[in-house]
Design a binder for this molecule. Structure first.
Ligand code: MN3
Length: 254
């Protein structure tokens, strides 16, 4: 497929996903659905996947996250997860399951690895792209701000805890802000492309719905920050779009 056709189709698919009603969230307003974009509908995808567009320029997060990193991260790394998923999904036992169902039924069995790594890779990155944007030093507001204060004491304490989770994740992985079944916020980290939706893979205390995740794979920061993951984690706090994250939090706790 030519690049132009591919971009056109990806755009059409993303637009289609945005228009799809969220079956599990019938009480959510149209404004909320639009604001949250395709990310929740993403869990309803089945079978072959298409790389979703980034939604902004590669240079949009400069100087905190450089354009080259964003381009390689989206166009090479994320694209590779999709390619490998698509090669494996045809005729597999997961072909008729939604991404949400795949995550819930994945086990640590070796034959699950291709779906665990590449399905996780697709969802985790799609969520990551959807919450990034220059925040000009802003902080969470509204219900998210209240929940952060309630569950962590302060925004500063929350920031310290999630950066610490990212820093201490040995090797590749993700640091997450999640909500549990009681709609309380918690922070955790998972290795590789695992995520808190993989209920049979992650420990019980890490199971929940991600509000957002921070990619701590070296490919997310090595070009600009080399081996200094701590500096990258500080930089990420300049590009967490709290308006988008706040809307997503309200959607998943509604
Ligand atoms: Mn990555």
């Amino acid at each position: 497929m030519k690049k132009r056709e591919f971009l056109k189709i990806s755009g059409m698919v993303a637009a289609g996903l945005m228009l799809n009603p969220l079956s599990a969230c019938k009480t959510i307003s149209a404004t909320q659905k639009k604001a949250n974009g395709f990310i929740d509908s993403l869990l309803q995808e089945k079978g072959e996947l298409i790389l979703p567009p980034l939604g902004y320029d590669f240079k949009a997060l400069e100087p905190h996250i450089d354009a080259m990193t964003m381009e390689i991260h989206h166009d090479k790394h994320h694209a590779a997860y999709i390619k490998k998923w698509n090669e494996a999904i045809k005729g597999s036992t997961f072909a008729e399951k939604t991404l949400a169902e795949v995550f819930a039924s994945l086990t640590t069995a070796k034959e699950n690895n291709v779906f665990r790594n590449n399905g996780g890779g697709h969802y985790n990155h799609s969520l990551f792209w959807s919450v990034l944007g220059l925040n000009n030093g802003s902080k969470p507001t509204g219900k998210l701000a209240e929940a952060i204060t309630r569950d962590f004491g302060s925004f500063e304490k929350f920031a310290e805890l999630i950066k610490d989770a990212g820093l201490k994740q040995f090797g590749s992985g993700w640091a997450w802000l999640c909500v549990n079944a009681d709609k309380k916020l918690f922070i955790c980290a998972t290795p590789n492309q695992d995520n808190p939706l993989m209920a049979q893979i992650v420990d019980k205390e890490k199971q929940g719905t991600p509000v957002f995740g921070i990619d701590v794979w070296e490919h997310a920061y090595y070009l600009k920050y080399v081996n200094e993951r701590k500096k990258y984690l500080e930089a990420i706090f300049n590009v967490l779009d709290w308006a988008k994250i706040g809307k997503r939090f309200e959607l998943i706790t509604a």
